[in-house]
Design a protein around this ligand. Structure first.
Ligand SMILES: *Cc1c(COP(=O)(O)O)cnc(C)c1O
Length: 424
């Protein structure tokens, strides 16, 4: 790890050397004193997206009306999917935009399971996003409770999964291994290449949830020969609240698979209005119905700064930021009883870290309500700090930690009730 210092001047020096510093100007900063550490939950708004949403409403919807479908709406799921493909190491023709992460997981996991009717084991972990686990449970019920869902637990801490148990659990009866590549609480990042290989050796298919990876770490789906991926566009891709998700299906298996939801957008010739379904070629069969164009096209514009910056540069900055944040946690927060809830080794984590404290919930609330710092809280004790390298500066990171330190010194959180608000 680089040698860091707690002085503000040091953060300013890092900013002076930051090749991506100018990208902050591509985002709407609502208030110069706001420190936003929640880009891993909802990214800030790119100016290009703001302009695009206005243009789509005023010009495309307002004036083109139905003609819009032939002017870039109908093919938007594949066009925008291919752009996202550039950020996740996927050649064209494998990534599609539409629906939500949960729905895409339903479609792809169901498809993977029905493709291998004789295998009954599904492997996931307790670090996965709960919605992903719910979807798997629902699929199991829909398919007649024939599957056994194995959840690999944590190793001796709550930070990393038990990799030995994962390896041991994957056997010839395993149909699907599905994991979050970067896990939402601790920020732990799986070795995609290694796990995919392990699963393939036993004949299992692999589905990666990239919701916390896309736009924060380089992903190489094609090189890893991953079978499936899904992911979110409103987190590090800054696509806006509820922007449609994406899915990836490796070209080597596309033609073998059937979608569990046969809609007209996944039909071969939708405007023939045939009464019987024939799947569209390739991944497109996983589309279902009409997509939210205002949101989708706004998200397309949001990708521009990400594509310009490039994932390798973003990762380089992100590592320096999370290393700096880990250093500040140790220097300033550990004396107040905080511990790092994320891997210390940057090769094993994404772009957010969790700092744990028994009063995490009330500290989070104080920071939001009084200090103009926005992290989020994940039970039981994780104050989650997301560092979106595209628009955050090192001074922002320094400033954020300084505010947390102030809250602790003054014990400001003590006046808040223990009762939690709905969204934490
Ligand atoms: C954010 C996130 C989701 C969100 O799912 P939606 O269905 O789009 O609401 C799913 N999985 C993971 C791992 C996430 O981080």
């Amino acid at each position: 790890m680089k040698t860091f210092s707690t002085s503000r001047d040091f953060a300013l020096q890092l900013d002076a050397q930051d090749k991506l510093a100018s990208f902050k100007g591509a985002f709407v900063i609502p208030d110069p004193s706001l420190v936003y550490f929640d880009g891993n939950s909802l990214g800030m708004m790119p100016k290009a997206a703001q302009e695009k949403s206005r243009q789509v409403v005023d010009e495309q919807w307002g004036k083109d009306l139905i003609r819009g479908w032939n002017k870039g709406w109908w093919d938007a799921p594949t066009r925008v999917g291919d752009k996202i493909g550039q950020l996740i190491g996927a050649a064209a023709g494998q990534t599609l935009v539409g629906d939500t992460v949960s729905i895409n997981l339903f479609k792809l996991a169901t498809s993977a399971l029905t493709y291998q009717p004789n295998k009954t084991r599904i492997i996931t972990d307790t670090f996965n996003f709960p919605s992903d686990l719910y979807i798997l449970q629902g699929i199991n019920q829909t398919l007649g409770n024939r599957h056994e869902i194995i959840r690999i637990g944590a190793s001796d801490n709550d930070i990393t999964p038990d990799l030995a148990a994962l390896e041991a659990a994957i056997n010839e009866n395993t149909a699907l291994v599905t994991l979050s590549h970067v896990v939402f609480k601790s920020g732990y990042m799986y070795d995609m290449q290694r796990i995919t290989e392990l699963a393939h050796k036993k004949g299992a298919l692999v589905l990666w949830d990239l919701s916390h990876s896309v736009g924060s770490v380089p992903v190489h789906l094609d090189d890893c020969n991953a079978d499936f991926a899904i992911g979110c566009t409103y987190k590090y891709l800054n696509g806006g609240p509820g922007a449609p998700a994406f899915l990836y299906v490796n070209k080597n298996i596309q033609e073998k698979l059937s979608s569990p939801i046969w809609g007209w957008w996944g039909q071969k010739n939708p405007f023939d209005f045939d009464l019987d379904y024939t799947p569209a070629p390739g991944a497109q069969r996983f589309l279902v119905g009409t997509q939210p164009m205002i949101s989708l096209l706004t998200m397309e514009a949001a990708l521009e700064p990400m594509l310009q910056a490039g994932m390798d540069s973003l990762r380089e900055k992100s590592i320096l930021m999370t290393d700096f944040a880990s250093f500040l946690t140790e220097s300033w927060l550990a004396p107040f009883g905080f511990s790092l809830g994320s891997p210390l080794d940057s090769a094993m984590r994404g772009s957010h870290i969790s700092v744990r404290h028994p009063e995490g919930y009330r500290i989070n609330r104080t920071l939001i309500e009084e200090l103009n710092l926005i992290p989020d809280f994940r039970a039981p004790d994780n104050l989650r700090l997301g560092f979106a390298p595209i628009y955050l500066s090192f001074t922002d990171v320094w400033e954020g930690f300084d505010r947390i330190r102030r809250v602790m010194e003054e014990k400001r959180y003590e006046k808040y009730p223990l009762q939690k608000l709905t969204v934490t």
